[in-house]
Design a protein around this ligand. Structure first.
Ligand SMILES: NC(=O)c1ccc[n+]([C@@H]2O[C@H](COP(=O)([O-])OP(=O)(O)OC[C@H]3O[C@@H](n4cnc5c(N)ncnc54)[C@H](OP(=O)(O)O)[C@@H]3O)[C@@H](O)[C@H]2O)c1
Length: 239
């Protein structure tokens, strides 16, 4: 059974992705900062396929020990999906410095640090898949999302460059960039904003399950030669 580490499995896309991975036969080592009861209930349908490790992506100094624990207890690890993230809507001029730093720590520094430590065993084994969850906001400007967009654009640059040093070790590094998803992250969007976002998507807005499908592909044998790319799943919003 190939094992995949997924961050942010408590809800939203991370939970949907965990279900999809389990259904495909992967073992899922879920990371989250709370108790994640919804993730843990998946054990009933997929006994022996899940494990849960508490980790806060902003506690960067702890990620080395967490990665070591994961490799020792559950390794070898085939894949890593950096999914945990926060949105921080707000115009830059009035955004608190602490909020800006939290977005960058959660969405960029945390994933880079966890990748650094989990990737070491992949390098030694000469096998691995890394998928970073970006956002269409990395490439398309949206009002009041500059810091979030910067974190995701950083993640895309990180993935592209890392794919070059990882490739010779048979490790791929890619991003999946979802459009608007109906999760807790977007619950603050008002009706007008939502209507305009919906109008922009000729195929309709994507579901978390459809985004999970892109991740499943990037982890699959069919994607062995795909690296350094961004797969956009946005119903055509940015076409
Ligand atoms: N929703 C969208 O429209 C959309 C669009 C494009 C990209 N994305 C990206 O998709 C990913 C998943 O987002 P979502 O929509 O599923 O959001 P969500 O429903 O708000 O879930 C976010 C997940 O990240 C976890 N998380 C947040 N901060 C964390 C931290 N410091 N340490 C560990 N885990 C942390 C949360 O855990 P807790 O339960 O502990 O808070 C939760 O599991 C994110 O990277 C997001 O940027 C979302």
């Amino acid at each position: 059974m190939k094992k995949v580490v997924v961050t942010g499995v408590s809800r939203g896309l991370g939970l949907a992705l965990s279900k999809a991975l389990l259904a495909e036969g992967y073992g899922v080592i879920g990371l989250g900062r709370g108790e994640s009861p919804a993730f843990l209930t998946l054990e009933a349908d997929y006994p022996g396929q899940i494990a849960y490790v508490q980790a806060d992506m902003t506690e960067l100094h702890a990620l080395s020990d967490i990665a070591r624990h994961i490799s020792k207890a559950y390794g070898p690890i085939y894949g890593l999906v950096n999914n945990a993230g926060i949105g921080a809507a707000g115009v830059l001029a009035t955004m608190h410095q602490a909020d800006m730093e939290k977005v960058i720590a959660t969405n960029l520094l945390g994933p880079m640090t966890l990748t650094k430590y989990l990737m070491r065993a992949m390098l030694a084994r000469k096998e691995g898949r890394i998928v970073n969850i970006s956002s269409i906001s990395a490439q398309t400007g949206f009002h009041a999302m500059s810091v979030y967009a910067a974190s995701k654009a950083g993640l895309e640059g990180f993935s592209r460059a890392l794919s070059r040093e990882a490739g010779k070790y048979n490790i791929t590094v890619n991003c999946v960039a979802p459009g608007f998803l109906d999760t807790d992250m977007t619950e603050g969007f008002d009706g007008d904003q939502l209507a305009s976002i919906r109008r922009r998507a000729p195929l309709g807005l994507p579901t978390s399950e459809q985004v999970a499908g892109a991740v499943i592909y990037l982890l699959s044998p069919a994607a062995a030669s795909v690296t350094g790319t961004v797969m956009t799943v946005d119903g055509g919003s940015t076409a």
